[in-house]
Ligand binder design. Structure first.
Ligand SMILES: Cc1cc2nc3c(=O)[nH]c(=O)nc-3n(C[C@H](O)[C@H](O)[C@H](O)COP(=O)(O)O)c2cc1C
Length: 217
């Protein structure tokens, strides 16, 4: 049994980072996954509407998802729930560029389709919303996603949130057997990461407080 250190909230926040190579042969026990979901379900939401719907996909389902993603990329069939940002305002563009520059030496060539899209994760969760919900519910889903990843971290389970997994909602809904009005908004790949992989060693930068905090008397 894995012995985990007790971590404070700030240690969890500082310890969490996106891991992009998991051990596909080490499954996540159902009890651990359930406990992570239970914790995340304590997230706040607009009027406690709890708009999240969670689809848990194993590797068999994800094999079909990655084949579909690979087959339908760049051929005009992209049906993302929200458009990919076409451009960024200058401060965000600078953050994107800086992160890309620092991350470049930590990128690893995938060995197959599954490592390319799913980073070999034994489990992928799709956070979904009913399609008539508005932007406030996306905020709720974001809170759920963060809580989910931190709850996972506490249990020694690593993760990476992935917009690219919801590139093609139409096909994804079919593979996941979801009704048309339930839209996957974010995929989160999770599992036990391989520490030796260089892609798992990258710690992304953050702006200093003075660049994003202002005070008024
Ligand atoms: C909404 C959202 C979508 C993301 N989509 C992807 C993705 O498709 N692929 C990927 O490798 N990382 C993705 N990420 C991870 C970000 O690149 C990562 O969170 C960011 O670079 C900061 O690094 P950190 O998570 O290690 O702190 C996404 C993160 C968020 C919050």
């Amino acid at each position: 049994m894995l012995k985990l250190p007790q971590m404070t909230f700030s240690e969890l926040m500082k310890g969490r980072r996106s891991r992009r190579w998991f051990d596909k042969n080490t499954p996540i026990p159902d009890s651990i996954l359930e406990s992570i979901l239970e914790t995340a379900s304590r997230s706040p939401s607009f009027m406690n509407s709890q708009p999240w719907r969670v689809l848990v996909a194993g590797m068999q389902t994800m094999q079909r998802v990655v084949e579909s993603l690979e087959a339908h990329q760049n051929n005009g069939t992209t049906t993302m729930p929200y458009a990919w940002p076409a451009s960024w305002p200058a401060p965000q563009q600078a953050n994107v560029d800086e992160t890309r520059r620092l991350r470049a030496p930590h990128r690893e060539e995938p060995v197959d389709l599954f490592s390319k899209w799913a980073y070999d994760a034994p489990v992928t969760v799709f956070l979904c919303l009913e399609n008539s919900l508005n932007e406030w519910s996306i905020m709720d889903l974001g809170a759920f996603a963060m809580a989910f990843m931190l709850a996972a971290e506490e249990k020694g389970v690593h993760s990476v949130p992935q917009a690219k997994l919801v590139n093609n909602t139409k096909y994804l809904q079919q593979i996941l057997d979801l009704p048309q009005n339930i839209v996957p908004v974010l995929g989160i790949s999770l599992g036990y990461s391989i520490p030796e992989k260089v892609s798992n060693t990258f710690v992304s930068p953050r702006m200093p407080l003075q660049e994003f905090v202002e005070y008024r008397p």
